[in-house]
Each structure stands twice: as C-alpha cells, then as structure tokens.
Design a protein around this ligand. Structure first.
Ligand code: GLN
Length: 188
C-alpha cells in the first residue's frame, strides 16, 4: 500500500508522519508523474485557493481528476474544498465530489475550535476528537454522497462518496490514527 500526499502547500508533512506511524509507504506529490503507482492520495489542509492555483500551474488538475475516477482521495479542510463541486466562489477546484462547501464557515483563525464527534464508521474507540482551523462546513451533499458525521447542530463535517472522502477537520494533527486507517480501507 502506497499513499501519496499532495505536497504543494499546507500541512502535508503531518499526514506523512501519521501514515509512516501506521506503517504505510508514502510519496510527496508535486507533479503528475508522482501519481504513478499510488493506491490513494491525501490533499492536506492549508489554503484552498493556493492549492488550486498551484495545481493549475503544475498541470495537476486533469491528472488528479483522472486519478480520482479510479482511486481513493481524501481531502482534509482546504483539501475537502478542493475536492468539492461547488465552493460558492470562483477558484480552481477538482470538482469531483458531489458536495457543496462553505469556506471559513465558523469565522476567522481565532474562532478555531475542537469537538468530540460521533463517527460510527470508525468503530470502537469512543468519540473522535476533531480539530477545526478556519474550517469549511459541508453545506449539502448530492448524488450518492453519504454524510459520515455532523456537529450537534446538524452541520455536516465529514462525508464520503464511494472512494472520495472529505473532512472539515484535521485528523493529521491528532494522535488518533483511526481516520487514516479508515482511508486505507477505502484505498484497498
Ligand atoms: N480556510 C481555508 C480555506 O478556505 C482552509 C483552512 C484549513 O485547511 N485549515 O482554504
């Protein structure tokens, strides 16, 4: 199993540390050829406009879209925005996942917060401690996308469409590897 992490902006290093910790081979992806031989790809948190623009400059948009037709891709925070069909603004998106997102839905950096979530797909181990940093919400899901978790007020913060996964929060900033393990099960 070899998982790539899009490494052009954002906290890709933290995802790589987590993947190595659970014994997975990793690769930093900056060019289309770096996708060869990967079983899945993670798009990290960061700044979705920057990730989009640099992906365009590096000729990555079409190769990433093609990769997502047959492989698992997981977007965390800015990565989730990048996967979405609609971010309600004009910015480069992969547009491969049937979700509509609202950027910075909780306010500014100082409004970042942590919450214990119930995520049944993660199985045993109790509530999942999630870190939200200038996070988006998933405003709505379409097609065969399923909601994986919501905040107590019903706002959607994790969703899956077949092998595509989107989370508003940052599992790579915790010591809980359950979400990364879950992604490996999608990539298999
Ligand atoms: N606010 C960022 C954006 O809209 C996402 C923040 C993050 O990835 N932690 O792209």
């Amino acid at each position: 199993m070899k998982i790539g992490v899009l490494a052009i902006q954002g906290d890709f290093a933290e995802h790589i540390v987590m993947l190595k910790r659970i014994g997975v081979e990793t690769a930093e992806v900056r060019l289309p050829s770096h996708l060869d031989g990967l079983d899945g790809l993670i798009v990290p948190g960061g700044e979705s406009t920057t990730i989009g623009k640099l992906s365009m400059d590096f000729g990555l948009l079409e190769p990433l879209r093609a990769f997502g037709k047959t492989h698992a891709i997981w977007g965390t925070c800015a990565g989730a925005i990048f996967l979405s069909k609609d971010a309600r603004r004009n910015q480069p998106l992969l547009g491969i996942m049937d979700i509509t997102v609202e950027r910075n839905a909780f306010g500014r950096q100082v409004d970042s917060f942590e919450a214990d979530l119930s995520i049944p797909e993660l199985g045993e181990g109790g509530p999942y401690h999630a870190i939200f940093i200038r996070a988006p919400i998933i405003e709505s899901v379409q097609g065969d996308t399923v909601v994986m978790s919501t905040l107590p007020d019903g706002r959607i913060i994790a969703a899956r469409q077949r092998k595509l996964l989107a989370t508003s929060f940052h599992p790579e900033l915790t010591h809980d590897s359950r979400f990364h393990q879950y992604f490996l099960s999608l990539a298999k």
